[in-house]
Design a protein around this ligand. Structure first.
Ligand SMILES: C[S@@+](CC[C@H](N)C(=O)[O-])C[C@H]1O[C@@H](n2cnc3c(N)ncnc32)[C@H](O)[C@@H]1O
Length: 377
């Protein structure tokens, strides 16, 4: 289960996820999300029993803005209508500025057993450019404080490819990350999303454009530093020690079904995908009328194949010829084999026992390879 908490303290200059900085409707939103949990208790396959949840993920937005009362309400609703597996992974995205000792104690007393801390950078000038609510010392201190509070499954998010960021500065970011008690790291190349402040500043010439070459260099540094620190590169943007890969995100990449609760949350049940409306007021109003404000797309076999290619190729588990044959049939298998050979010849893809994975050089062009493998009928 994914729960989208659509509130933030400030708008980050690069972010186009759905959130509001007006918190007036926070109580009403939590009530509505509890109601949606009830309304959609049978969305996932359950043979007439309560569905068993293997992972729960509070994303956002900034879920660490929730107080313990909000979290209690959500967990009460979840356990009333679902069964939470005994060793379920329960993650909450938290921002460093929220992680006071008091807050960490509250979180530790809840069922949450994994924190994903939105560090983004350990340097003040980057954090100012990104309009973050925390500074560099809060970033390091929050990670240490979370470990001291007893969280032993910590992950942090970092962003590279920031205009003007030198290779050395990115490497120093990684050195700090690997010196902290974290078991997992998500690193994203900065993307310029339309209608963000970053997009406006770049168009007005106030800051430099993203330099693709330096983003590629940062990614190469990231791969070698992660390997040197025994973090497995198990998905393009994700690195973890053995036993600490994200089970929740891995489910997305392994075609498992999931239920998304809250405005803008996506759901998938093996047959269709649906996404809730991205507006807090409209969402609350619809749920209060017992309606799910969602658009739905029934997936064709080509949609499913292309999604398998797009997500599978990014992971260390890769693409399986046998799976393609069994799930999609001989026609898809034949097209796949014909298209993939070009990338084996150029050493972007390696094939072991009919499993195709990206090489390090292939990881630099993963999206280009995926789009070449797509089937358009
Ligand atoms: C939507 S945020 C929510 C997490 C948390 N509230 C925070 O702000 O850190 C999830 C992650 O997506 C990444 N992200 C969001 N927009 C991005 C962009 N334009 N380019 C690269 N990474 C981005 C950030 O690393 C962020 O931690």
């Amino acid at each position: 289960m994914y729960l989208h908490i659509p509130f933030c303290r400030k708008a980050c200059s690069y972010c186009d996820f759905h959130f509001s900085v007006n918190h007036e409707k926070m109580d009403a939103m939590i009530e509505a999300m509890c109601k949606e949990i009830e309304l959609r208790k049978n969305y996932l396959e359950n043979n007439g029993e309560k569905t068993v949840l293997q992972t729960i993920y509070f994303g956002g937005g900034t879920p660490s803005l929730l107080n313990s009362h909000h979290l209690d309400k959500l967990f009460n609703s979840i356990t009333k209508y679902f069964t939470v597996a005994p060793n379920a992974e329960i993650t909450l995205e938290a921002n460093p500025d929220d992680l006071t000792d008091k807050k960490l104690l509250e979180l530790k007393q809840s069922p949450i057993n994994r924190l994903s801390i939105g560090v983004q950078s350990f340097f003040d000038d980057d954090l100012i450019l990104m309009n973050r609510a925390h500074n560099a010392s809060m970033a390091t201190n929050s990670v240490k404080a979370a470990a001291n509070a007893g969280f032993n499954n910590l992950t942090i998010d970092l962003i590279y490819g920031i205009p003007g960021m030198s290779d050395d500065k990115w490497k120093r970011n990684l050195d700090i990350a690997f010196s902290l008690p974290v078991e997992h790291l998500s690193c994203y190349s900065l993307t310029v999303e339309k209608k963000t402040a970053l997009d406006k500043w770049i168009r007005e010439g106030k800051i430099a454009k993203i330099d693709d070459e330096s983003a590629i260099n940062h990614f190469k540094i990231l791969m070698s530093e992660a390997a040197a620190n025994k973090f497995d590169h198990y998905e393009i943007s994700n690195f973890g020690r053995k036993g600490f890969y994200s089970n929740h995100n891995s489910s997305y990449w392994k075609n498992k079904s999931y239920l998304g609760i809250g405005p803008s949350a996506h759901s998938y049940n093996g047959i269709s995908r649906q996404w809730n409306i991205s507006g807090n007021t409209a969402y609350i109003m619809a749920i209060n009328k017992n309606e799910i404000p969602a658009e739905i797309e029934i997936l064709t076999i080509e949609n499913k194949f292309n999604e398998y290619i797009m997500t599978g190729i990014r992971t260390k588990w890769g693409l399986s010829r046998k799976y393609i044959l069994n799930e999609f049939g001989a026609k898809f298998e034949a097209v796949f084999i014909e298209q993939i050979n070009e990338f084996i010849d150029s050493s972007a893809i390696q094939c072991i026992d009919e499993i195709y994975t990206l090489t390090d050089s292939g990881k630099l062009i993963a999206d280009r390879i995926a789009s070449k493998l797509f089937v358009v009928l």
